[in-house]
Design a binder for this molecule. Sequence first.
Ligand code: FHN
Length: 481
Amino acid sequence: MAGKIINLKLISLSFLILLVLFMNACKSDKKKPEKAKIEIVNYLEESKESFDQRMEWWRDDRFGMFIHWGVYAVPAGIYNNKEVKGDNGEWIMNNAQIPVKEYEKFAKQFDPVKFDANEWAKTMKDAGMKYVVITSKHHDGFGLWDSKVSDYDVVDFAPYGKDILKALSKACKEQGIKFGLYYSIIDWHHPEAQSINAPNYNDWEDLKANPKFPSYLENYMKPQLKELIKNYDPEIIWFDGEWIPDFTHEQGLELYQYVRSLKPSIIINNRVDKGRSGMQGMNKGDKKYAGDFGTPEQEILKTSSTLDWESCMTMNDTWGYKKNDHNWKSAQDLLHNLIDVTAKGGNYLLNVGPTAEGLIPAPSVERLNQIGQWLKINSKAIYGTEKLQNNYKQGDKIRFTKEKGSPIYFAIVMEKPDRTIILKNLKPKKDSKITLLGYENPLEWSFDKKEGLIIILPSKVLQTWSKDTYAWTFKITGDEI
Ligand code: FHN
């Protein structure tokens, strides 16, 4: 009997406790606002501090791979057995005025069975490239991923049937290469974006725009971008094709906000808006445009800039694969470009155009390997550097860079030097060691107010300069004069 009473007491006590807990929960529920507040961030008004933080890795990394790959690799510059005019293989749909249904036949043949994402990522890494930007969709509208917004992609439309961006983003992440996506605003395949003069797709004369473009922007482009960002988590969105009259400055501002709102830390080029000033690629000065960096195309800025910029460039004359383009720049010229761009405070995005089978052309791989060999010894003069305050160069063949936030300077000499090198703008610290990267022993030097810094090279070092020596880097701790 006594046990029963104790049990009853226990039950009523537990009930009381539960009641009190429930009432408290109700009270604290009442305290909560009806709806959670949504913070609207204006990404166009970012502070300098936050911008610098977001851009930090990109500024340090300096060197990336651009990949133009898609259906155009199938015709590879040839249509109806004729070489199509124009440098750019990826423009064949426009340049040969190929109707959509005809062009789709090439998509039906896109089967890159030799594509090996790990091999590509390794090629980037061996070249010393730190990031990649691949065409998720070029002007022809064909997607390299499994889009749910459209069937015109490599999974649903082409015999290959596998998601290329999925494989490549994974391989790049595994190798520590940052992953970026190119996305064309122009779309020659989409009826709401296509020029009304198709198959003359780039004919926008008299501003004959496609009146349905806003619908394509809202219902196709934005959902595709959302998919790309959610599924592949890119660090960069690299827009292109912003010149068409349908696309407005206001849409550009809004598009920038949209992409940043999907991933606030993402970096977006200036082709998200209408600011680009021709191929020179930096923004016009007439108003404030959206975009985080300028995009000189096939050019390098004439002088250094405090603005962020990236020069994109082909190794031959085409972006997308063309089987008869053999006009390759030398590895030496490409490397000198990287050095020049770095000294001027920019980044270098060097393009490859893989074949329809999925191979990066051998001449590209060769050149990339040669650049990579040089970077293995000289990387400190490129990554994590900043441009000098005063002179980024001395004459045509010497460029300077500086380790970020430190008194370590690099003089990169791009031709065989004489026994002495005289540098006019650097004063070494007393007793400091001056070295040649890749050569252990410190070099002899002297400093003279009138002459400058004189570095003396032992003849046994000079003799090691061969036809494959593209540049020497001298490391100097000191100050700029
Ligand atoms: O028309 C494109 C071209 O095909 C290529 O993609 C380059 C790369 O910057 N951009 C365009 C022209 O500005």
